[in-house]
Design a protein around this ligand. Structure first.
Ligand code: NAD
Length: 252
């Protein structure tokens, strides 16, 4: 149980998107559980400041660039794939290069990172892969073609990693949050308002929270607590799953 802190002492974690939002919360929570944390982000200042806070190392890289992934540490026991971005537009107006970038950062980079770190996990007989998917890995919403496609791709990748990793003590799971209070959500309020033709002030109640039974945003720390739990004791049999943290959205 997570009450036995610091149970991740001597484990090394790499968290993508660790400079902000869910990735930042995961970096902090994993460090509090005892892990050495590598904070990976394209944004330098937040990555450096989170790394300083957790006593870890910052790596400023663009995950859309495969060569940059090769330069990241490979001796990693816990991989948290959290880096992501959003674009909201109807399919006929969706910029093709934006679609491609979202697949690169949110599907191809997690694949390349798995290729990079799994040999170390296999050699040590233990590993935890936590993929920050989304309710949109399980359900679709209008105007999010790239994001929904990427998250469904990540769900499939996670399951394959679970099947291949099982003989080596490596689990792979997805966490599927509803709307989390992070800059990614704050940044899409204007885009959502334009796409739906409504006032930005009404986006939360009329778009984002309509399908959630719990009528609030979830906090990044609540997602991070689930990530740490997936890395804790007694979770070795839990693999290939998707954990909805969606306030009941996918129950309806
Ligand atoms: N916020 C939500 O409501 C929500 C809900 C479900 C799932 N998610 C998922 O959680 C993850 C984190 O989202 P968040 O809400 O914390 O967003 P965020 O914008 O707060 O953080 C995302 C981080 O990813 C980094 N990043 C983006 N592109 C990158 C690149 N090319 N290379 C390296 N780093 C890059 C950003 O710099 C940022 O620090 C994403 O995968 C997102 O899809 C978010």
């Amino acid at each position: 149980m997570t009450s036995q802190l610091p149970f991740l002492r001597e484990r090394v974690a790499l968290v993508t998107g660790g400079g902000s939002g869910i990735g930042r919360a995961c970096a902090i929570a994993l460090a509090e559980a005892g892990a050495d944390v590598h904070v990976v982000d394209i944004a330098e200042e937040p990555a450096v400041s989170v790394a300083a806070r957790v006593g870890g190392r910052a790596h400023v890289v663009d995950l859309a660039d495969p060569a940059s992934i090769e330069r990241l540490p490979a001796a990693v026991d816990i991989l948290v794939n959290s880096a992501g971005l959003q674009h909201v537009a109807p399919i006929p107006e969706f910029p093709a290069e934006r679609f491609t970038l979202i697949q690169q950062v949110m599907v191809t980079a997690p694949f390349l990172l798995l290729r990079h770190v799994l040999p170390h996990m296999y050699a040590g007989g233990w590993g935890r892969v936590v993929n920050i998917s989304s309710a949109h890995g399980l359900r679709a919403s209008a105007y999010k073609s790239a994001y929904v496609a990427a998250k469904h791709g990540l769900e499939g990748l996670s399951k394959v990693a679970a099947v291949e990793g099982a003989p080596y003590g490596v689990t792979s799971n997805c966490i599927c949050p509803g709307y989390v209070r992070t800059p990614l959500v704050e940044a899409q309020i204007e885009q959502q308002a334009a796409a739906h033709g409504i006032d930005p002030a009404d986006v939360l109640s009329r778009v984002l929270l309509t399908r959630s039974a719990v009528k609030r945003l979830i906090e990044p720390e609540e997602v991070a607590a689930a990530a740490v739990w997936l890395c804790g004791p007694n979770t070795g049999y839990l693999t290939g799953t998707s954990l909805p943290l969606d306030g009941g959205w996918t129950a309806t």
